[in-house]
Design a protein around this ligand. Structure first.
Ligand SMILES: [Zn+2]
Length: 249
C-alpha cells in the first residue's frame, strides 16, 4: 500500500528548497522508445497531465513515421538519440555495451551520425542533439568525437564527469533491474532523490523505461510527479533549457 507519508522526506526537502529560494532542477529521461504502444500512451498522458517535460531516448535503427505521428500531438516531448540499434557487442561475461571498443571507433561513429540525422529529420524542432548511450556505457574515444558529429550533450547514469560536450546525467532510476525488474520501493526512490538533492550540484535526472513498467513503477511515477510538479521547491526542466543554461554558466 502506497501512501503519501512515503513521500514525506522528499516533500520536506523540497519545502526547504522553496524556503531558501533555490528550487531543485529536475528532468525526466525515458529510454528505449521505438514505436507507439499502450505503455507510451500512459507515459505521455501522465507527463502531460502534470505538465512535466519528457525526454524520450529513441532507438534510431528501428523507429519511423508511426512514432513521429504519435508524438506530433505531444507538445512537451523532446527526442534524443539512444545509440543506433541498441545491439550488445560485448562478449559473454562482459557488461552489455553498444558503443564500446568492440568495433572500430569509426564504425560506431558512422552509426551515431546516421542516428542523429535520422531523428533530426523526423523530429525537427523536437529533436535535441543529445546522445544517450544504451546501458549508459560509452567508450571515451567515442565521446571525444561526439562534438564533430553534431552532438551537444551526453547523458549517462551517475555523477557527471568532464567531457567535451554538456553532460546531463540521470541519477535516480525507478527500476529494480537486479531484482524484480519492476518499480523499486517508494522509500528507496525517495531516499535516493533526497540524498541526491543534497549532494548533487546541477540538474537531477530521473530515469524511467516505460516498456518495462509494472504497476509499482507506474504508481511510483504518479506519486513523484504529483508531489513535485506544482511544488515551489523544484522545477521540471526541458533538456533544451538545461543545455542553454549550462552554455551560459
Ligand atoms: Zn536502452
Amino acid at each position: 500500500m502506497i501512501g503519501r507519508t512515503d513521500l514525506k522526506p522528499l516533500i520536506e526537502a523540497l519545502d526547504r528548497r522553496a524556503e531558501i529560494g533555490d528550487p531543485l532542477q529536475l528532468w525526466l529521461r525515458d529510454d528505449d522508445a521505438v514505436e507507439p504502444s499502450g505503455s507510451l500512451d500512459r507515459l505521455l498522458e501522465l507527463t502531460q497531465r502534470h505538465q512535466v517535460p519528457l525526454v524520450l531516448a529513441v532507438i534510431p535503427a528501428f523507429t519511423g513515421l508511426a512514432l513521429q505521428e504519435r508524438l506530433a500531438s505531444a507538445d512537451t516531448v523532446e527526442v534524443v538519440v539512444h545509440g543506433w540499434s541498441h545491439r550488445n557487442y560485448a562478449g559473454v561475461g562482459e557488461k552489455s555495451q553498444e558503443l564500446g571498443q568492440h568495433r572500430p571507433t569509426g564504425a560506431v561513429l558512422d552509426e551515431l551520425a546516421r542516428g542523429h540525422a535520422l531523428l533530426a529529420g523526423l523530429y525537427d524542432t523536437r529533436f535535441v542533439p543529445m546522445l544517450v548511450p544504451p546501458w549508459n556505457r560509452i567508450d571515451p574515444q567515442v565521446v571525444a568525437n561526439l562534438p564533430g558529429l553534431g552532438f551537444e550533450s551526453l547523458s549517462v547514469f551517475g555523477p557527471e564527469k568532464p567531457a567535451p560536450l554538456t553532460m546531463l546525467n540521470t541519477h535516480v532510476d525507478i527500476i529494480d533491474w537486479r531484482g524484480t525488474r519492476g518499480g523499486r520501493s517508494v522509500d528507496a526512490v525517495v531516499a535516493d532523490l533526497v540524498s541526491s538533492s543534497r549532494t548533487h550540484r546541477g540538474p537531477l535526472g530521473l530515469l524511467t523505461h516505460h516498456l518495462v513498467h509494472d504497476a509499482a513503477a507506474w504508481d511510483l511515477m504518479e506519486l513523484i510527479l504529483e508531489a513535485t510538479a506544482r511544488h515551489a521547491g523544484c522545477e521540471w526542466r526541458s533538456v533544451r533549457d538545461l543545455m542553454a543554461q549550462s552554455a551560459v554558466n
